[in-house]
Write a protein that binds this ligand. Structure first.
Ligand SMILES: [Zn+2]
Length: 457
């Protein structure tokens, strides 16, 4: 101890331990007191209202959803479900159509609740927590914010039911818009141009083929290490209007509105969803130019022709990245010359002089085989993409030249929740959570109030 170097002389007295107040502030106590007193009364009032609805619903016998005949009364066993202020009870009449083997409890349909489950706004709030935080943390937040004790597994279950409902709606909507007979939103106010971008990354997937079962006191076997190939591609698409881009500070642009779509798996899926979202917004009129910003990945350009009026833009920074690769090869890592050389290329590209740049590259006479190959590949890349590199024009039209907005959107949708350390997903689990996150980030969360949660028997 005495040998430890001290920058300051030791004080005479040791520092006092910081003191906490003996109890929470008076106001906090008052708030809690009121909450404790009124919670049971809120529950009681809610139960009364449920009873009134039950009374009204009693008189009508439903028709069979299959044959249309009136169904016959079967029984009215009591059920309960969990809501924010506690457990609600009802004895809903059950009707049956024996020939069709159909069964219905109209009161439960009317209320939109499921026996034995967490329902209503509590379920939506738990789903919200699960959309922003890992399940363990979401459970702790539920306790702290809502005063509801729940396990991580409990939050997970709610997120699955809610996420399944959202994912199903999303899928059905894109199927609807994919059919030419379906009616889109009016395109009377369609904008002159829409910017469309896509980005992707991989998600670690679970490799379990069957559930880990607990047998006796034995602890659960460890999850197997992820092997190569147990990844799935997840893609994010972004739609925004060039006219809504604002400069928040010199050189820094942000957008007022943007709409996100996401998809686990194939490229066609993300484009189907983008198209569906465009129709839903009424953003593709007969004269709308769809501006597609891409990083050069083939799967993007291969699907671009689905839009008749389009403008394809190769992300400016990806174009420069290729110049950098060649410059580093020629001038060495971190060299001033490489920096200067790339800067020159950047300036010319930005001015729309891609053909001049290519001509200049062709005049270079590199000394080594490696450099020659590097140069050839750069020339090929710029030649193939030249039509997507008219950056002066894109800037003049206000389309922008980079895919930064897409990349940041993708990080918000996927990385911030689904790519934290050690996370692995089941296919269904990832799809459901993505659907919930999308509603949140698209400012569409209220839609969940109008969706029935999907029950997993
Ligand atoms: Zn029937």
């Amino acid at each position: 101890m005495a040998q430890q170097r001290q920058s300051r002389p030791e004080p005479v007295e040791p520092p006092p331990r910081p003191r906490l107040a003996d109890q929470p502030s008076r106001f906090i106590l008052l708030e809690r007191e009121v909450e404790l007193e009124y919670r049971p009364r809120m529950l009681e009032a809610l139960q009364d209202k449920v009873n009134t609805v039950a009374e009204e619903a009693r008189t009508t016998a439903p028709g069979c959803p299959r044959c249309g005949q009136p169904m016959s009364y079967h029984d009215a066993r009591p059920v309960s479900w969990l809501a924010h202020w506690g457990r609600l009870h009802a004895s809903p009449a059950r009707y049956r159509c024996s020939p069709c083997k159909q069964e219905r409890r109209p009161l439960l349909d009317l209320l939109g609740v499921e026996p034995g489950r967490i329902c209503g706004s509590l379920a939506r709030r738990l789903g919200l927590l699960a959309a922003v935080a890992p399940f363990e943390l979401a459970a702790r937040l539920a306790q702290l914010l809502l005063g509801v004790p729940i396990s991580a597994m409990g939050v997970w279950r709610v997120a699955q039911r809610l996420g399944q409902a959202a994912a199903r709606y999303d899928e059905a909507l894109s199927q609807y818009h994919a059919d030419s007979r379906s009616e889109g939103i009016s395109v009377d106010n369609a904008p002159p141009a829409v910017i469309l971008g896509v980005d992707g990354c991989t998600l670690g997937m679970q490799v379990r083929t069957r559930r880990r079962g607990r047998t006796g006191a034995e602890s659960l076997p460890a999850l197997p290490v992820i092997e190569k190939g147990h990844f799935r591609e997840v893609k994010t698409g972004v739609l925004l209007l060039p006219s809504e881009r604002v400069e928040t500070s010199p050189g820094r642009r942000s957008v007022v509105r943007r709409f996100l779509v996401t998809c686990l798996g194939e490229a066609d899926g993300i484009f189907r969803r983008l198209y569906s979202q465009l129709r839903e917004l009424g953003w593709v009129g007969p004269h709308t130019v769809v501006v597609i910003v891409g990083d050069g990945a083939e799967w993007i350009w291969n699907r671009a022709p689905m839009f008749v009026h389009r403008c394809e833009i190769l992300d400016f920074w990806h174009a420069l990245e290729h110049a950098w690769a060649f410059a580093r090869l020629g001038y060495g890592q971190d060299s001033v010359q490489a920096d200067r050389w790339v800067r020159g290329i950047a300036e010319d590209l930005r001015a729309g002089k891609v053909q001049e740049v290519i001509a200049r590259l062709k005049r270079l006479r590199p000394k080594t085989e490696e450099l020659r190959e590097g140069l050839q590949s750069l020339i090929r890349y710029y030649s193939e993409n030249a039509a997507r590199m008219r950056y002066d024009e894109y800037l003049r039209l206000g389309y922008g030249i980079g895919s930064g907005a897409v990349e940041s959107a993708h990080k918000q949708v996927v990385h911030a929740r689904l790519r934290q350390a050690g996370m692995r997903w089941s296919e269904a689990g990832a799809r459901r959570l993505l659907a919930l996150r999308l509603l949140l980030l698209n400012d569409d969360w209220a839609l969940l109030d109008r969706l029935r949660m999907v029950s997993f028997a």
